[in-house]
Ligand binder design. Structure first.
Ligand SMILES: Nc1ncnc2c1ncn2[C@@H]1O[C@H](COP(=O)(O)OP(=O)(O)OP(=O)(O)O)[C@@H](O)[C@H]1O
Length: 870
């Protein structure tokens, strides 16, 4: 039953029984299934066997990444798992509040480094050391990490800067196929094995948007290209991919031009019949084009490579006489090689066969024919020299294409893809344990490898290549006198060897210096089987790798120890704000201060102050733990120890501190926001009041001005109106008087016609008081006629009845009467009737009534002589 439950096959051997016992234990104990253990530190007990079983269970469940304390273990799936590297997943890890809570992944490491850079905690720059044996997946991992940064560190600002970033990212990704074509080869262990070490510095810029770092460029540094592979390959392996690519992918024209006929055999091109997915010439060409290597330059490069292939076909036959140079077995190979490398044929042959020796004080030159073996070595050396320079040149071209201006980047994340051997940047105590086995291997490797690389270059080879007419070779081998003197140090035969070694040492030291100034992260790639088969984990092979990399020791140290170590200063700088959460009571003034006894500013005083602050911070930990929602009651306190210069803690403690810090920062942010809002509101209110004040002042000023203008205008109008009124009154009175005078001058004057002053007064009174009655009577169309009417009128007007002939009330037609509004008797004896309409011009529009005149209506004179007709 157990076998069915756990899916293990039965076996009679001891291993099978052991396995069964463990299964039983696991089953009865109800432990978490092994494949669900995300961290190898949780495996109990931590032994090679249990770690291996856990990895195996996870591998079977298609779970390829597992944490091992500070290291991420990556099992090579040996099959495409697209959903594991999709941009969506990259974004998910990037957006997660706590990526370490997600499933272990290289994106967790990538995101952690990116966040560390953004947090600006020293050391800000980060490095990821990807290690593992050949074929374990280091290059794949580095490539995925580059893609991850290309996605998450893309510019979100302007469209233009986004495009620039995209272009740079594309170039960085394009450098991969080129580097792999020229630097990778199919080996026994890996079809696409990197034959060089690589440190990629991804340059990030935070100048545009602080705290949002974007990838602005990259710099690639390569180490120890295995150039011997150009001329010496194992019969089961292959040369660098690029040689196969040009032989298989060249067009008919190119074949002609490069002298690569179909099916041609080259001794430096073993296993040409094996076609790999890496033999993609078009992809390499396309990528080269994107990196700025144009078609003619590419042509030049491929022609030189074809020249090297033909060089490899040159075979020498022993002359049998030491004094005679060896004879080439195939003149055609020499000719074609010289043609493609654009070298003079005879000097090429001579350089390969004859050694020049300078000796004596006068530096006399001796020419010594080489043995057949020496000729072969010189030929190989020539090829290696050309290929190594070409590779370096390519790297420099890639760098000039992807490297950002130093002023445009502030931080970097370094990806170290170390091949074949281990190279951790820090060699502290646990690294000594972890890497002990690796150091042994590395020692062996370096000793072995360096011996193979100690490529003395005969100076005549360099001189020969400087004679080439080929544009590319001229660039690779400039006739530089300085270089010449370096490579030809007047007969000191060991000097070139020392130069090569010291160059490698210097570049390695430089790399270690760079790494030591960064925060390192480790990814350990494990190869489940050497055949590259999916779903197959060979226990022995994996066990060897686990042992070699000291993974169990790493887990022990991570589980039992304190993998996080931070200097006092950094710790205080980062977590000082935690004291806000739980401030301690002020110190007793009578108790001695921590720096008492130390002079101010002295290192001791500073250390004492730091320690006091440190203790304050550490005292907040229990409260922080209690505030954690998931914390079980009575949980053990977070493990942390304060050393002499550093604070030692576990991942859990770090997480707790970080959570507390985030809480404080949030509170501070809220406080700042509230303060800012208050300040902004006050400022707005102040501005509003000021605006109202200004508006009121302007309005009152405008109103005053308006009123002043109205006043001035009114004065002008008043004056004009008065003048006009006076004029109109004058004109009206003149007009009325003129008409009257005219009539009076025409009428015969008798003494009785002049009423006495009393009559005049009465008449005026009549006009004033009785005219409405008179008006009524005068207008009465019916009832009163003839004399009675006349009498009524005269009585109304109180005119002297004795002189009725003196006044006449004219009877008018009905239409004319309708227009009469008033009657006026004038002393001269005439009566004026005011009508609605009048032919008079000025009297009608006179604004002010004259004294003794009716207002508002026209006046019509009744002529005296016509009064009799009434
Ligand atoms: N995560 C992965 N998913 C799918 N296949 C992978 C993965 N990692 C590695 N591989 C496969 O394993 C092969 C070897 O990987 P890679 O070239 O990265 O190994 P390496 O450690 O760089 O080897 P070397 O040191 O020889 O260069 C790849 O060609 C690929 O087929």
């Amino acid at each position: 039953m157990l076998q069915q439950v756990n899916g293990h096959s039965s076996g009679s051997d001891a291993q099978g029984r052991e396995s069964l016992r463990e299964d039983l234990q696991e089953f009865l104990g109800g432990e978490v299934p092994l494949h669900q253990l995300d961290d190898l530190t949780k495996v109990n007990p931590v032994t090679l066997e249990t770690v291996l079983r856990c990895l195996q269970a996870r591998y079977t469940a298609d779970t390829f990444y597992t944490n091992a304390g500070c290291t991420l273990v990556a099992l090579n799936p040996f099959k495409p798992v697209p959903q594991l590297y999709s941009p969506e997943l990259m974004r998910e890890y990037h957006a997660a509040p706590q990526p370490q809570k997600l499933k272990p992944h290289i994106f967790t490491v990538g995101e952690q480094t990116y966040r560390n850079v953004r947090s600006l905690i020293e050391p800000v720059n980060q490095s990821i050391v990807v290690s593992g044996e050949s074929g374990a997946g280091k290059t794949w991992t580095s490539r995925c990490l580059m893609k991850f940064y290309a996605v998450v560190a893309a510019s979100p600002t302007s469209w233009e800067s986004h495009k620039i970033a995209e272009r740079i990212e594309q170039r960085i990704l394009n450098s991969n196929p080129v580097m792999e074509a020229f630097g990778n080869a199919c080996t026994l262990r890996n079809n696409n094995s990197s034959r060089f070490g690589k440190f990629i510095q991804l340059q990030l810029n935070s100048l545009l948007v602080p705290r949002d770092h974007q990838m602005t460029g990259a710099a690639i540094q390569t180490y120890l290209l295995e150039k011997t592979r150009v001329a010496c390959q194992d019969s089961t392996e292959r040369n660098f991919h690029i040689f196969y690519q040009i032989c298989k992918g060249a067009s008919a024209d190119e074949r002609l031009q490069w002298h690569l006929p179909e099916g041609a055999a080259f001794s430096w091109l073993p296993n040409p019949e094996r076609t790999l997915e890496e033999d993609c010439f078009e992809v390499t060409r396309e990528a080269m084009l994107h990196l700025g290597i144009d078609a003619p330059t590419q042509n030049n490069i491929f022609q030189a490579l074809a020249g090297l292939l033909h060089l490899g076909n040159i075979r020498f036959a022993d002359s049998g006489d030491e004094a005679q140079p060896c004879r080439p077995m195939d003149d055609g190979a020499v000719r074609t090689s010289a043609l493609l490398l654009r070298l003079p044929e005879d000097p090429l042959l001579e350089t390969l066969r004859i050694r020049t020796i300078r000796a004596g004080r006068q530096q006399q030159v001796f020419r010594k024919p080489c043995s057949q073996a020496e000729c072969d070595t010189r030929r190989d050396c020539l090829a290696k020299l050309v290929y190594a320079r070409l590779f370096d040149w390519l790297v420099s071209v890639i760098n000039s294409s992807v490297c950002a201006d130093p002023a445009s980047w502030t931080t970097f994340i370094g990806l170290l893809d170390v091949y074949g051997f281990e190279s951790f940047p820090h060699n502290s105590l646990e690294q000594l344990c972890i890497n002990y086995a690796n150091e042994k291997l590395q020692q062996h490797f370096v000793a072995h490898y360096l011996r193979a690389q100690q490529d003395p270059i005969p100076p005549e080879l360099t001189r020969l290549l400087q004679q080439s007419q080929d544009t590319l070779l001229k660039v690779l081998f400039p006739a530089d006198p300085e270089e010449k003197s370096q490579e030809e140090p007047s007969g000191q035969s060991r000097a070139p060897v020392l130069t090569v070694v010291s160059k490698f040492k210097a570049s390695l030291e430089q790399l270690l210096q760079v790494l030591q100034a960064t925060t390192p992260h480790y990814i350990r790639c494990i190869k489940p089987n050497s055949q590259g088969r999916a779903q197959a984990l060979h226990r022995e092979e994996v066990l060897n790798q686990l042992e070699a990399c000291g993974l169990v020791e790493t887990i022990h140290i991570s589980a039992a120890g304190f993998p996080i170590r931070v200097s006092h200063r950094t710790f205080v700088e980062r977590y000082a704000s935690l004291r806000r959460l739980h401030p301690r009571a002020p110190p007793d003034p009578h108790s001695p201060s921590p720096d008492e006894g130390h002079s101010e500013g002295s290192p001791h005083a500073e250390q004492a102050t730091l320690r006091a602050l440190l203790q304050d911070i550490l005292h907040t930990l229990p409260a922080l733990e209690a505030a954690t929602p998931a914390a079980p009651a009575g949980a053990t306190p977070a493990p942390v120890h304060c050393g002499r210069t550093k604070v030692f803690m576990t991942d859990a403690t770090l997480e707790l501190l970080e959570r507390g810090r985030a809480q404080v920062l949030e509170q501070c942010a809220r406080c700042i926001q509230a303060g800012w809002r208050r300040h902004r509101r006050r400022e707005q209110e102040r501005r509003r009041r000021a605006a109202v004040c200004i508006q009121a002042a302007i309005r009152s000023w405008l109103t005053r001005k308006h009123i002043q203008r109205l006043h001035a205008a009114a004065t002008v109008i008043k004056r004009a109106w008065r003048r006009w009124g006076i004029r109109m009154a004058f004109l009206a009175s003149k007009e009325l008087d003129g008409v009257e005078e005219k009539h009076s001058s025409q009428a015969p004057r008798s003494p009785s016609s002049f009423p006495p002053p009393l009559a005049q007064t009465k008449l005026l009174r009549a006009v004033t008081h009785l005219w409405p009655l008179g008006l009524v009577l005068a207008n009465a169309a019916v009832g009163v006629h003839g004399f009675p009417r006349k009498l009524v009128v005269f009585a109304c007007l109180q005119l002297p009845v004795g002189s009725p002939s003196g006044y006449t009330v004219q009877a008018q037609t009905a239409q004319e009467q309708a227009g009469i509004m008033s009657i006026r008797a004038l002393p001269q004896g005439s009566i004026k009737f005011h009508c609605r309409k009048s032919p008079l011009r000025y009297a009608d529009i006179c604004p002010e009534p004259l004294p003794n005149s009716a207002t508002g209506f026209n006046q019509i004179l009744l002529e005296r002589h016509r009064l009799g007709h009434v």
